[in-house]
Design a binder for this molecule. Structure first.
Ligand SMILES: [Zn+2]
Length: 384
């Protein structure tokens, strides 16, 4: 089966994160088992009662020396190819979202770029390799719920199904190897005030005004934190954003509550909780002058940054194979989870992240075909 046919079959399976990914897993399972890979599923029921499954498909290693040395510990995978099975939702008006269509050398469909193209390339690559001849272990890893916070990969880390030496995490990077990524963190901050009729503001305290003071102080933190630099990124510092705010109940009521979402993306080398600690310090300072200042900070997400050395053999191999020098990403990926499993991880795949998540998402056919060749060479280079 060609990589394009495989991609068409993958796109035809609706795997929006809100649904179960069981159909996608059944598909990749069958393709892996037909190549003799040993398959293990890690199922989970999510908060909405949907079954979400991570799947690990591994080669069995014939080399007795490797087998014995690994018998006592958990299996060491030399190379893991990692793809997430879920996609973002699609507009119902995009009637061809689940039907792969071709135009001008591009293949359109939901997930065509993010990240079913990589999965199709990996499934095609293993059909061109004599897996029985591999001396070191290869794993194909398929995760759930990446688009809603890399939840599947985090559950996989908790299950520790293997440790890995190298991992290629499939994401649309236009075939540029991405060796480092910023962390991704979120906190919900609820500022409390006291409601009153706005004709008598002295009877109340505006939560909106308090939130404005706090946000202004957060802007100062964003400036101060720029002294820490990592030149591989653009911009080269940790960024902060208040992306959502909601407060008050009516125009003539002094607001009793104001809630906002703070997001920050940390550069590697900076503690993930650094920004949050600064925010807490500022809250302490505000409370020093405004004695009944009250707010709740709910830190919901702490995804680590990651960095794999430019001298890593995997980085060097992918730079050479793609003829592109390595770069960095500022969006969240599953790479930190693979690093937690011991790997030197690189984010890499066909398609452009700027067209992912959009109606009319596509992958260039040439990049799709190139990915098959590069993954094939990676398997031979690292596992033979
Ligand atoms: Zn993705």
């Amino acid at each position: 089966m060609t990589v394009e046919q495989t991609l068409a079959e993958l796109v035809a399976i609706d795997s929006v994160s809100s649904r179960s990914n069981a159909a996608m897993i059944a598909y990749v399972r069958q393709r892996c088992e037909s190549r003799g890979l040993l398959v293990h599923e890690y199922p989970h029921i999510d908060a909405h009662g949907e079954t979400k499954i991570n799947l690990v498909a591994q080669t069995s290693v014939r080399d007795p020396a490797v087998e014995t040395s690994q018998a006592e510990s958990c299996a060491t995978v030399e190379l893991a190819l990692v793809g997430h099975t879920d996609t973002v939702p699609y507009d119902p008006a995009w009637t061809d979202a689940l039907r792969l269509s071709e135009q001008d050398g591009k293949l359109f469909g939901r997930g065509a770029c993010d990240t079913k193209a990589f999965i199709a390339a990996a499934l095609t690559a293993i059909e061109s390799v004599d897996l029985a001849k591999l001396k070191k272990r290869l794993a194909l890893v398929f995760t759930s719920d990446e688009e809603i916070g890399c939840l599947g990969a985090k559950r996989l880390v908790a299950a520790r199904p293997f440790s890995a030496r190298y991992a290629i995490v499939g994401e649309p990077t236009s075939l540029q190897p991405m060796r480092a990524g910023k962390g991704y963190c979120l906190a919900e901050i609820t500022v409390h005030g006291r409601e009153a009729h706005s004709a008598y503001p002295n009877l109340g305290v505006s939560a909106i005004t308090r939130a404005a003071r706090l946000i202004s102080a957060i802007e100062d933190i964003a400036e101060e934190i720029r002294i820490d630099l990592h030149d591989a990124f653009d911009p080269p510092y940790t960024t902060l954003n208040v992306g959502l705010i909601n407060g008050g109940t009516a125009k003539n009521v002094v607001a009793g509550q104001c809630r906002f979402t703070l997001e920050w993306r940390t550069i590697p080398g900076q503690a993930t909780d650094r920004v949050l600690n600064e925010v807490r310090k500022v809250i302490g300072e505000i409370s020093g002058t405004d004695h009944d200042f009250s707010c709740d900070v709910d830190a919901g997400r702490f995804d680590e940054s990651f960095e794999t050395s430019a001298s890593s053999e995997l980085v060097q191999f992918l730079e050479q194979a793609s003829a592109r020098s390595s770069g960095t990403v500022a969006f969240g990926t599953e790479a930190p989870s693979l690093i937690a499993l011991g790997a030197e991880a690189v984010v890499f795949g066909p398609g452009d992240i700027r067209v992912a998540h959009r109606t009319g998402e596509f992958v260039p056919i040439e990049e799709l075909n190139q990915s098959v060749q590069i993954l094939l060479r990676a398997i031979e280079r690292f596992c033979r």
